[in-house]
Design a protein around this ligand. Structure first.
Ligand SMILES: Nc1nc2c(ncn2[C@@H]2O[C@H](COP(=O)(O)OP(=O)(O)OP(=O)(O)O)[C@@H](O)[C@H]2O)c(=O)[nH]1
Ligand SMILES: [Mg+2]
Length: 496
């Protein structure tokens, strides 16, 4: 009780003292400010203006420093938003990326293919759908003389083929056969999806009610804003009632998924396909492969209607989709570039850390990841991933990571010792060398975990990043040991 009272009185006295000091300081400052002001006003003008200019410059510098330290800088706007792109924009992006060292070949190839198609003025109709729904059979039904691969076993089409269907007032109409989606090889799905984006019209082929995957695919295609014909193939397998019911369902689906009744259509056809028939002859039975009769008239009507949309409009949507495809390919290349570049940054910082530790006068002292190297690596990695943290955030991240690094030191030293022993021809491993490798390992782990955080969140949140570092540190330490040990040994060799 007594102590409590004593404490309260002490705090009261301290507050009073602070108050008195504050008032005294204020009076003192006011007096000296007025003094200076009086003298300035009485003196030559040039000194007054010079003085004011200096004060202003100091104030601006102070504000700039505070802003730089405290205010979070806005990251560069994400370039990959899903709004329509135009040619100039994609070309600019490609140029910038190329200058930065990103491999732009795949994106450039898309633009070249588009230019080639624009030059011929041809119209591409892509037959898209799950495997074995009869895409190739439909093309065969439309162009009987075409050499199309058809097979009862799903996954028979494995590449992109264009078939010339007909010429219409000088415009070539090409039917494109692509691999069916939903097979075992995901790569084929990608080939098909890319070709759908390059086509002006898409014929989506199904052979029953839409599955969940098919619905997703139709929704995506409608999102490309390309005219679509939804084809129910193999209608010979359904009775007229069943077929009518299915058609109704498909129409509903198309509406629900964002289809436009005035543009997109649903038709039921039968491509025919091949069937094995057993024939009884005088001397026994033989199996003969027969062509089922095809009935694709309504599909031709639907396609003609879409072709009537006007080539200009079809081309605009196609061009947009290809620009987007090129942008996606560029984004993929940028991700690859970042991973590669991040690896270089981490390696170079780790090497510097190892070399620094090897050159240290007293090896075995504390492992410090703050300071110039840590800050430089963090800043460089953040910049690479488009994150713009405050200097304070970098500081906080490194401070938080420091204590985690300290905890991981025994493990790091053990891993470093073991890792060094694994190199043939190394005799007794000196303490300084082990320490340098352990230091490098922690640096390497810090860089790797930071990259993972930046990939996931696109920004540096000190707490989250430090937690990620703590969680992955042992794994990263183990993973980096060979490389880091080699760095240290190379240095030792060249040093000797
Ligand atoms: N009953 C019936 N079978 C058909 C019809 N159209 C195609 N088929 C059969 O369906 C199977 C698959 O036909 P494909 O034309 O190879 O199918 P696809 O969609 O090109 O297949 P992938 O290239 O593997 O994706 C074959 O056995 C065809 O004979 C049809 O209208 N009716
Ligand atoms: Mg096929």
């Amino acid at each position: 009780m007594k102590l409590d009272r004593f404490l309260r009185i002490s705090i009261g006295l301290i507050v009073l003292l602070v108050f008195i000091i504050a008032i005294a300081a204020l009076l003192f400052m006011t007096e000296s400010a007025l003094n200076v002001w009086d003298r300035l006003v009485q003196g030559p003008r040039i000194i007054l203006y010079g003085y004011l200019a200096m004060m202003l410059a100091l104030a601006v510098t102070a504000i700039w420093l505070i802003v730089r330290l405290v205010v979070r800088r806005k990251p560069a706007p994400a370039k990959n938003t899903k709004r329509p792109l135009d040619k100039t924009e994609i070309l600019n992006r490609l140029r910038e990326a190329e200058e930065a060292g990103v491999k732009t070949d795949a994106a450039q190839a898309e633009l070249r293919e588009l230019a080639a198609r624009q030059e011929t003025g041809s119209v591409h109709l892509c037959f898209f759908g799950e495997i074995s729904t009869g895409k190739s059979s439909l093309i065969k039904a439309l162009i009987p003389e075409a050499d199309v691969a058809i097979n009862p076993v799903g996954g028979s089409t494995i590449d992109i083929r264009h078939y010339r269907w007909r010429d219409e007032s000088g415009t070539q109409i090409l039917l494109t056969d692509v691999p069916g989606t939903g097979g075992l090889e995901g790569e084929l799905d990608e080939i098909a999806a890319e070709e759908a984006q390059r086509a002006q019209l898409v014929v989506f082929v199904c052979d029953g009610d839409l599955t969940r995957n098919e619905s997703r695919a139709v929704e995506w295609l409608l999102g490309l804003a390309k005219p679509l014909v939804l084809v129910l193939n193999k209608s010979d397998r359904y009775s007229p009632d069943e077929q009518a019911l299915l058609m109704e369902k498909l129409l509903d689906h198309l509406g629900d998924l964002g289809g436009d009744a005035a543009r997109d259509q649903v038709v039921a056809v039968s491509a025919g396909g091949e069937v094995d028939v057993i024939e009884r002859r005088g001397d026994g039975e033989t199996t003969v492969r027969r062509q089922r009769p095809a009935d694709v008239g309504v599909l031709v009507v639907a396609i003609n209607r879409l072709l009537g949309t006007g080539a200009g409009e079809l081309d605009v949507q196609r061009d947009r989709a290809v620009f987007r495809l090129a942008a996606d390919k560029l984004a993929e290349a940028e991700v690859e570039y970042r991973v590669h570049r991040a690896e270089q940054i981490i390696r170079s910082s780790t090497r510097k850390a190892v070399l620094g530790a090897l050159a240290a006068v007293s090896p075995g002292s504390d492992i410090v990841i703050q300071g110039f190297l840590g800050t430089a690596m963090t800043r460089e990695l953040c910049k690479l991933f488009g994150a713009a943290p405050r200097d304070l955030d970098i500081e906080e991240f490194l401070t938080l990571s420091q204590s985690r690094a300290g905890k991981a030191l025994p493990l790091s030293l053990a891993v470093a010792g073991n890792g060094l022993k694994a190199f043939p021809g190394i005799g007794t491993v000196a303490g300084g060398l082990v320490h340098a490798v352990a230091y490098g390992l922690i640096f390497d782990a810090l860089g790797r975990s930071l990259v993972m955080t930046l990939q996931k969140h696109g920004a540096l949140d000190p707490g989250t990043a430090a937690k990620e570092f703590e969680e992955g540190i042992s794994e990263h330490i183990e993973a980096g040991v060979r490389q880091v040990a080699r760095m240290a040994l190379d240095k030792e060799k060249s040093g000797n």
